[in-house]
Design a protein around this ligand. Structure first.
Ligand SMILES: Cc1cc2nc3c(=O)[nH]c(=O)nc-3n(C[C@H](O)[C@H](O)[C@H](O)COP(=O)(O)O)c2cc1C
Length: 325
């Protein structure tokens, strides 16, 4: 029932892509989602090619399922971009980009190394640019999304504009945390859904328990679209829990805590209003750190294995789509 142009293109059995949720998207999370039939994702940030190779080789040993590697282009060293992307594309099924203008030469590198290419976009114009650059599918990210938000309009409005313009498979992102929202996106013509905030509450995600508890207690109205957490990454609106903005505004001092460095080891201070992934190993004023959350946050009702999240979304969406005929 869930065969879509997306599942056919990438080889998943279920049209759910777990969003790359920064450093919270552990290889174990990507594995669990891939094993459940969806697409798992890991975020490569600015990792050097050697690190990318190790992480993705280990991931491939953990699963024969479908997974992708995510690059936020704002942070990728242009001198290393092609090498990093080629290393990722030789190991992952999908290489995906977010931020910066869609770049045809990077898409060529993905294809030459044997992977499928995708760009997460926030407007009709960006969708057209991504397809013109050669992307095999795209993600339309609406204003409801958690984390950094490229979209300036709501997911359904964007989906409408994008679907009438491009002919590659389109995933819907932003505000999808339940099977009901997934069914709505599929019914509106999406070829699949990309889910972020809901997976922050997965057992396999590396999210700090205080952050997860704040998500569990929150509703959509408790999120805010803001540029508050812009230290080191300006001009990049994002959606977080309103409470963490208030806590950061009243925080005394410039350093809110300490961060364990991902993949390379070591620690560093976390600056006030710095955008970070709040991992389990973070220490300090967790309540004043960037608690990314989409309007989908109501879907986070507890800590669950990722496979259960996938199953719940699919069962509910399937039931509703059947009922709606
Ligand atoms: C905690 C968190 C971290 C995120 N980190 C990334 C990232 O590293 N790369 C990326 O492309 N998108 C990132 N996003 C945005 C997601 O790709 C996606 O658009 C968003 O989660 C969809 O909305 P939802 O959170 O309501 O499901 C992140 C989102 C969240 C919630």
């Amino acid at each position: 029932m869930f065969t879509t142009r997306f599942t056919e293109l990438v080889g998943c059995s279920i049209p759910i892509q777990q969003a790359a949720i920064g450093g919270l998207a552990t290889p174990d999370l990507a594995t669990a989602v891939a094993q459940a039939g969806g697409m798992g994702m890991v975020c490569m940030y600015w990792s050097p090619p050697g690190v990318i190779e190790n992480v993705l080789d280990d991931l491939r040993e953990q699963t024969s399922g479908i997974f992708g590697a995510n690059f936020i282009m704002r942070f990728v060293d242009p001198a290393l971009a092609h090498e990093a992307v080629a290393v990722a594309a030789a190991r992952a099924n999908v290489v995906e980009f977010f931020y910066s203008d869609p770049d045809p030469s990077l898409i060529e590198t993905v294809h030459a190394s044997g992977a499928i290419a995708c760009w997460q976009v926030g407007s009709q114009a960006e969708a057209i640019a991504a397809v013109d650059a050669g992307c095999d599918f795209i993600i339309a990210q609406g204003l409801e999304a958690g984390g950094h938000v490229r979209g300036r309009i709501s997911m359904l409005a964007l989906l409408d504009e994008v679907l009438e313009t491009v002919d590659v498979p389109v995933l819907a992102a932003g505000g999808i945390g339940t099977g009901r929202a997934m069914a709505a996106a599929l019914a509106a013509g999406a070829d699949g859904v990309r889910v972020g905030t809901r997976f922050v509450g997965a057992v396999e995600a590396d999210a700090h328990p205080k952050y997860v508890n704040a998500l569990i207690a929150a509703k959509a109205k408790d999120t805010i679209y803001t540029e508050a957490f812009s230290t080191g990454w300006p001009d990049a609106p994002h959606r977080v829990l309103r409470g963490c903005v208030e806590a950061a505004e009243t925080f005394q001092g410039e350093i809110v805590g300490e961060k364990q460095l991902l993949y390379i080891g070591g620690k560093r201070p976390i600056r006030l209003f710095e955008p970070i992934s709040i991992r389990k190993s973070e220490t300090g004023a967790i309540e004043a750190m960037s608690q990314w959350a989409g309007e989908s946050v109501n879907g986070v009702k507890g800590v669950q294995p990722a496979a259960d999240i996938v199953r719940e979304l699919v069962d509910e969406a399937e039931g509703l789509l059947r009922r709606w005929g």
